[in-house]
Design a protein around this ligand. Sequence first.
Ligand code: C5P
Length: 276
Amino acid sequence: MRETAYAKLNLALHVRGREPDGYHRLETLFAFCEEGDGLSVDAADGLTLRVKGPFAAELGSGADNLVLSAARAMRHTCSVEAGAALLLDKRLPIASGIGGGSADAAAALRLLRRFWRLSITDAELHAIAAGLGADVPACVRSETVWGEGRGDRLSAAPRDLQSAAVLLVNPRVALPTPAVFRGWDGVDRGPLARGSARDALLAGRNDLEPPAIVLAPAVAEVLDSLGACPGAIAARMSGSGATCFALFDGEAARDVAAEQVSASHPDWWMLRTRLR
Ligand code: C5P
């Protein structure tokens, strides 16, 4: 049995305030790509995880891996006795603002619900997901949704950007999320535009871009490169970075942009995909 851990994008991410517990109050529009990490499962007595793929070396498969935390939480909540041998194909860069561990954990929850044939409610699943990380509930849904609170209060969003052509670019710099949030200047720049997804994207911003650029100046270079591509509707950083994305009017324009960017920066990681 298999699942995809769809790459997560924040089409816009407005930081509205800092809570006493150190977390930040957000307004965001989550969207998901057709591509992502791969997760598969086989029967086993205990819980095990192996990691393969282009970014496996940078990730541990140890007990702190969020996939195993997800499996343990689900086993505990649903009193499961069976085990699972999980195999993660790590294709997305680590600590890069596109879900990564959160999407992997969410894929594990979806996969194990099927594999162990659990009759768990959506509310129970949401509770397990929220306990694993602020982005995990959105990643469980893996469809375009508005996020509020820590990013875990979700509501349905318009699907007008479904199938839009996207190019993801990462300058191969890992950015730790807490450090980027700590660099936010504390200025509330206002709410998201709640029209279509396209409106929210065009009128929106990512308030974590400035602190991310302080930590990783290459992010500014990626944004400039993407923004200069013909046919780019918008170019923005996702989450706490360093991955940036651009949406295009069509796949042809996206593919020309991919050629252009990779010619000038052959070392940057890149993914051509579409929104799901
Ligand atoms: O919830 P998660 O473990 O994914 O969050 C990682 C880190 O990102 C948190 O420890 C916190 O520093 C930061 N964060 C935040 N505000 C949010 C979400 C995440 O400050 N709404």
